[in-house]
Design a protein around this ligand. Structure first.
Ligand SMILES: [Zn+2]
Length: 1141
């Protein structure tokens, strides 16, 4: 390209105009020449463009000399520019002209190859860029013509190569490939693919490429299989592999792989490749060149080919359906399985707001709401007004008499003056107290009732052995059993353990946790606690950087996976854990050489673990209750390990197409031994992490895929008990414990903190609503009036149970709001906070990833929530309607979520105008009024919250999100600032946390910052408290240092392409498409063809530019001289000298 960049007459950007040659002297000369040579200058009217003149001359035929001249000029022009030039020529009928000329010349009695050869070459180059070339060739009857030319010239390798390239480009249409196949094209072409040779290499490669192109048709694939060509291809590949000792023929070997890739696009092709021993051959050959850098271009196609051919295996489960099912009120048992319908492979995105799938971009535009009526808030209850009265009790602060302002000594948890309507929750409290009063110790284990009932070791002396020899069964039996049965003695043991090792963890108390957990109702009837939840955890001292991806991890893992197919005798394939088989649930029987697994605890969701090799396990996650999908979240216990040994874990039933695990994210690990040593941390852990499509499929759904998350963990201690999770767990019992601790911690004279049961869930757990605000300064009317006029802020979280990060953010919010921080104090004085920290308790408890017990995504129920099946949503919405009906529409609503495919933290809001603009709507938005205040919080957060990214926020209303909390609360309740806050599971790519994985500390900080950002709203809404304004200013000044780090944080939404292919459905980019030009050029320029042949194959992609070599050197000279053009001679066509010599 550099040689011709100074050609000035056709800048590609303005191709159309400039093709008129700017009155180029070239055109003048060409016309003169054509006139003088008495050819027919038919269309050379002054109005037509130079190109049209050339094309017409070509089609209408002339003498050999002028045709050659035209071909040469065309080739020069096309070689000089970018593809746009060729596209322009195609748009002007260039392909048809070349095809017609080809027909005219080839149909002669004795075809003139002096013309035919350059014509074929040019046709290959142009046709390569014309998607319609096959169809056009069929119309002009040129397809079989070229096949015949090939038949006539199988002995002439240059001519054969030219024909093969044209056949290759014709096959861009499947129908053309079918025509060729039907006329024995496969046989003719395959004959030209020879075993290893040093001659006619270019032609051999052209034949392989043409053969590959013909395999785009399924019919041709079937023919190829039937005729044994697949097995022949494998033999040829092996032959070239064995004989190409010096690796001089990589392009040919790569072309053979391409052929097999094409064949593998059909199931017959894949089957043939496998049955003919293709997998073993590919694995063996590939492994021999893994160490050679020069052969890298063969490794990737070979690996992808093996993955493509790997026969699909149904996931090793008896059924896809969740292990646990829950009978839904008013529905027949097991109804949920029946209406799944045919699976279309289109999985729901992780987040309710996810939109980063590029394929969906176009649909996304269509998804934007353009109906102005639907874009304008229209508060209108979905239920009769009289039903809203029941929600009055959730505003106790409005009716509270604040007795304790006068007699604070009466403050007592048990005498809290909840309205009598709060029956359920009070009952529950009373129940808890009663059990204490009755000396029932919830920590006490129940050997006879626990799931590992066989595990009582009679010889075991818990007092002495607890330190030296930590066994899972001991841990479960003696410390982690929360069953209510009393066994004296164990209590003291736990006490001793806590005394000796306990770490002070803020707002956590193991004993309280255990007693709280005993009230939690799970479908599986869990009686064991997971140690990290019981014991508590602290963030590690240092922030953890994102994991660096090692090169070729995926390849290494895929090789290991393929070995399973080929070396079945080396596979152990022993089930180590099965939720459905009690004999395989952390049994006490020693199983040397095998890890033990367990997950029958809150939020745990391992269904099955299979030992594949001695240190490798396949893990299968449970589907959401009453569902057969939604796999992402995991949490399980593992024990019986040997320290220092790398164990590979594969979660083999993941659903999403990509994951942050490919971009530096690690799972989290908790070691009991480390916790007892005073380091109770969840740490990011695991190496050789990658996420890729595997060979498993759901049972009975062979056309869909599963993905593997693989990671390798080296445990720090022998015989430790460890926990692995997708993200920092946060259970329902953790929340309930936390709320109790918070309630105890607040100064009730200053802070009004009230927990109430919004409603019971399907499983009978309480969905808690918390009210936080400042107590009035006095009982004076003025102070009570101020309290009762504070705007409401409604915050919710964890509607999606797998999004535990949302709970950590919520924890940060709650703790901040209850703190003595002056900003928190101001916030309490400015607002009444209504917080529902866990909208989906049942989902969280039972280890679901996405849904509630009804098998439905609760965040898609907001339009018309069912009071029975989605009670928490029904009543949250009812409560919001109630606030609206008493004129207290919330100032802010925010639902906290987790996002698995993006970094940073960001908000999604709702804006009518932005949606209309973005959708390209023609509606005039000038007359539409919209308060721009919906942007304030994001602007503030961008300044004060290090993890927050303003650039990731958006305010578009999508039709597909019409039933989410954010959109419904905005539209139906009329909340201007209605948001989803998305929190990454991974980390940040901007700001001071750039390159770091997020920890619980950062998540909690985010919750604090979100609360702080609300103070900026109060500047506009509350005018009488100057201290607030002062606080807001201090807050912002304090964090001004962040501004330096955050300016210009133009983060990219989409991840850069992964170093290794994630998707391997297409193989086009594995086989460079532009090589064709180089080879055509080489074929044209080589006089001594065999030399040239050897050259191009040795050097591979040496000739990658499109520099013209269409005509032999001497002919070029002649042609140019005839046209009167010499180098550097024309004003407007300055072709540099080296172009010609
Ligand atoms: Zn979510």
């Amino acid at each position: 390209m550099e040689a011709t960049s100074d050609v000035t007459f056709v800048p590609d950007a303005e191709a159309d105009d400039k093709w008129k040659f700017n009155k180029s002297s070239l055109m003048k000369k060409l016309r003169q020449h054509l006139a003088s040579s008495r050819s027919r200058p038919t269309m050379a009217a002054s109005s037509s463009s130079g190109l049209e003149v050339l094309l017409n001359t070509l089609q209408n035929g002339g003498d050999v000399e002028s045709t050659l001249n035209v071909l040469n000029v065309l080739d020069e022009l096309l070689s000089a520019g970018t593809d746009r030039r060729i596209q322009f020529m195609i748009s002007k009928g260039g392909s048809e002209a070349l095809l017609t000329a080809l027909g005219n010349t080839a149909r002669c009695h004795t075809p003139n190859y002096t013309i035919l050869l350059p014509l074929l070459h040019l046709l290959a180059k142009v046709g390569h860029r014309d998607r319609q070339i096959g169809v056009k060739a069929e119309k002009i009857d040129a397809v079989l013509l070229v096949l015949d030319l090939l038949r006539q010239n199988v002995k002439n390798s240059r001519r054969a190569a030219a024909c093969l390239w044209v056949i290759q480009v014709f096959c861009s249409s499947v129908s053309t490939a079918v025509v060729l196949g039907r006329n024995r094209g496969l046989d003719v072409v395959f004959k030209l693919i020879s075993p290893h040779t040093t001659k006619h290499l270019r032609t051999v490669k052209a034949a392989i490429d043409a053969f590959a192109a013909m395999l785009c048709s399924k019919v041709n694939c079937q023919t190829a299989v039937a005729k044994g060509y697949i097995s022949d291809l494998l033999k040829l590949y092996e032959d070239w592999h064995n004989n190409d000792a010096n690796h001089e023929n990589i392009p040919i070997r790569k072309a053979l792989l391409h052929c097999m890739h094409r064949a593998a696009n059909s199931s017959v092709g894949r089957d043939a490749l496998v049955t003919e021993g293709g997998m073993r051959l590919l694995l063996q050959t590939t492994q021999t060149f893994l160490t050679l850098k020069s052969l890298e271009s063969l490794v990737e196609p070979a690996v992808q080919l093996m993955r493509k051919c790997y026969p699909k295996v149904p996931i090793p489960l008896s059924s896809d359906k969740s292990t646990y099912s829950f009978p839904l009120p008013g529905r027949p048992v097991d109804d949920w399985g029946a209406d799944l319908g045919p699976y279309d492979g289109c999985l729901e995105d992780d987040s309710d707001e996810d939109m980063e799938n590029e394929d969906l971009d176009k649909d996304y535009e269509d998804d934007l709401e353009t109906d102005v009526n639907k874009l304008q808030p229209r508060p209108e209850p979905d239920r009769p007004l009289e039903q809203l009265g029941q929600y009055m009790r959730f505003c106790p602060e409005l009716h509270h008499d604040f007795q304790d302002l006068e007699s604070s000594s009466e403050v007592d948890e048990s005498s809290s003056e909840d309205s009598p309507l709060e029956g359920d929750f009070n009952k529950k409290k009373a129940h808890g107290r009663k059990s204490k009063a009755g000396q029932r110790n919830p920590l006490s284990p129940s050997g006879s009732e626990s799931s590992n009932s066989t595990g009582i070791d009679k010889k075991h002396n818990p007092g002495s052995e607890e330190e030296s020899h930590l066994q899972t069964r001991d841990l479960h039996t003696h410390y982690l059993n929360c069953s209510r049965n009393i066994q004296e003695g164990h209590c003291t043991m736990v006490d001793r353990l806590l005394e000796k090792y306990g770490t002070w963890i803020p707002n956590h108390d193991p004993r309280l946790y255990a007693s709280t957990a005993s009230d939690t109702k799970s479908i599986g009837g869990y009686s064991i606690l997971a140690f990290p939840d019981f014991w508590g955890n602290l963030p590690p001292k240092k922030q953890e950087p994102m994991a660096k991806r090692q090169p070729h991890v995926q390849r290494k893992k895929v090789f290991e996976d393929i070995q399973r197919l080929l070396c079945t005798e080396e596979m152990i394939n022993k089930v180590a854990f099965d939720l459905e088989d009690p004999s395989l649930q952390c049994s006490t029987e020693e199983r040397p050489g095998s890890l033990r697994f367990f997950s029958k605890f809150e939020s745990g969701n391992l269904r099955k673990a299979i030992q594949v090799r001695s240190h490798e396990y396949d893990l299968i996650l449970t589907a959401d209750v009453n569902s057969s999908e939604h796999y992402q979240w995991f949490y399980f216990e593992v024990s019986g390990m040997v320290a220092g040994v790398p164990y590979r874990f594969n979660v083999i039933n993941c659903e999403k197409g990509n994951s942050q695990y490919n971009y530096g994210m690690q799972p989290v690990l908790y070691s009991v031994r480390e916790a007892l040593d005073g380091r109770p941390h969840w740490v990011r852990s695991g190496s050789e992490i990658c996420y890729y499509r595997n060979h498993f499929c759901p049972k009975g759904r062979h056309r869909s895929h599963f993905y593997t998350l693989t990671f390798t963990v080296t445990f720090p201690h022998d015989d430790d008990v460890c926990y692995l999770a997708y993200h920092y767990p946060y259970t329902y019992s953790t929340l309930q414990t936390h709320l109790k601790m918070l309630e105890k911690s607040v100064d009730q004279r200053k802070i009004f903190f009230r927990q109430q049961n919004l409603c019971d869930t399907l499983a009978g757990n309480s969905c808690t609503l918390v009210t936080i605000t400042a107590c009035p300064a006095s009982k004076a009317w003025k102070d009570l009036h101020q309290l009762r006029n504070r705007p409401c802020v409604v915050l919710t979280a964890r509607v999606h149970p797998g999004e535990s990060n949302a709970s950590w953010v919520m924890k940060g919010t709650l703790e901040f709001l209850c703190s003595n921080d002056p900003v928190a104090e101001s916030l309490r004085e400015a607002y009444i906070f209504k917080v529902i920290p866990m909208l989906n308790p049942d989902g969280v408890i039972n280890g679901n990833n996405r849904c509630s017990l009804s098998g439905e995504d609760l965040n898609r129920q907001w339009l018309k929530p069912d009071p029975v099946l989605s009670p928490t949503i029904y009543h949250t919405k009812g409560f919001l309607y109630y606030l609206n009906s008493i004129g207290r529409t919330p100032l802010v609503f925010c639902d906290y979520h987790g996002h698995s495919r993006k970094k940073n933290v960001f908000l999604y809001g709702c804006s009518m105008k932005e949606t209309l603009w973005q959708s390209g709507s023609t509606i005039n938005t000038v007359s539409l009024k919209e308060d721009p205040g919906y942007r304030t919080i994001a602007k503030t957060l961008d300044r004060i919250a290090p993890a927050f990214s303003f650039n990731n926020c958006n305010y578009l209303v999508e039709k597909s999100r019409a039933s989410t909390a954010r959109v419904v609360v905005w539209r139906e309740i009329g909340v201007l600032r209605s948001y989803t806050m998305e929190n990454t599971y991974n980390g940040c790519n901007q700001g001071i946390y750039k390159g770091l994985q997020t920890g619980t500390r950062e998540l909690e900080e985010m919750g604090m910052k979100f609360s702080q950002s609300l103070i900026t709203l109060s500047r506009n809404t509350i005018h009488y408290n100057s201290r607030l304004i002062h606080n807001a200013a201090t807050l912002l000044d304090l964090d001004d240092r962040l501004l330096d780090h955050k300016s210009n944080n133009c983060s990219e939404d989409d991840e850069p392409p992964c170093a290794e292919e994630i998707q391997y459905s297409s193989c086009s980019d594995l086989f460079g498409a532009n090589d064709l030009d180089a080879e055509v050029n080489a074929n044209a320029s080589s006089v001594e063809e065999d030399e040239g042949d050897a050259e191009v194959c040795k050097k591979g992609r040496r000739l990658t530019d499109r520099k013209s070599h269409l005509l032999p050197h001497f002919l070029q000279q002649d042609a140019l001289e005839t046209l009167g053009i010499r180098s550097g001679q024309c004003n407007n066509m300055d072709i540099s000298n080296r172009y010609f010599y």
